[in-house]
Design a protein. Structure first.
Length: 186
């Protein structure tokens, strides 16, 4: 397939799932005290930032829609996450509170949040990447037509998760090399 040229007037991004990708997935995280960032994540994000990638969190938060916690609780957890990272690393955060049974283009695997971020932040999706720990993250990236998708998982042998993933690993060094090997990064 011929790769469309990327739009150099637009920024590149790495879209990141939050729970299970940047921090421990504790199941409907609603308390700042439960935030546990994975080892290596701050340095990994700094590497991407230095290569001029925007870092955008794209997260399903059905716990809000289910009434398990409030939007204020979500933002308190998000603030704790960002407070524990070097200042200014995260450029934006998009969340979808829709329950899984709700028909929604915003809720991953729908690409809606990626499209919103691209519009709001002037991003070139074809020069961007999506990283997450679930097949829905990969599918959202594929449906948004990003350049590459990373499944942050040890489940490389699970063929049902392989669909659409450009890379499957939990090795942050390998992920950084994959993204930074992009000729447009140099």
């Amino acid at each position: 397939a011929i790769q469309e040229p990327t739009d150099l007037s637009k920024a590149r991004a790495v879209f990141l799932d939050r729970d299970g990708t940047l921090m421990e997935d504790v199941g409907y995280c609603s308390r700042p005290g439960d935030v546990e960032i994975f080892p290596g994540i701050p340095g990994f994000l700094m590497q991407l930032k230095k290569a001029d990638f925007k870092l955008v969190i794209i997260t399903n938060q059905s716990g809000i829609g289910r009434g398990y916690f409030t939007e204020a609780d979500f933002w308190a957890v998000q603030k704790e996450l960002e407070d524990r990272l070097p200042a200014g690393l995260i450029d934006a955060t998009y969340f979808c509170a829709d329950r899984p049974e709700t028909k929604s283009e915003r809720r991953k695997p729908g690409p809606g949040m990626l499209h919103e971020a691209a519009r709001d932040l002037n991003l070139d999706l074809r020069a961007s990447y999506m990283m997450g720990d679930k097949s829905t993250d990969v599918e959202a990236g594929v449906r948004a037509n990003v350049k590459g998708t990373i499944l942050f998982s040890n489940l490389a042998e699970n063929s049902s998760l392989r669909i659409g993933a450009s890379l499957i690993t939990t090795d942050l060094t390998q992920i950084a090399e994959f993204i930074l090997a992009d000729p447009e990064t140099t």
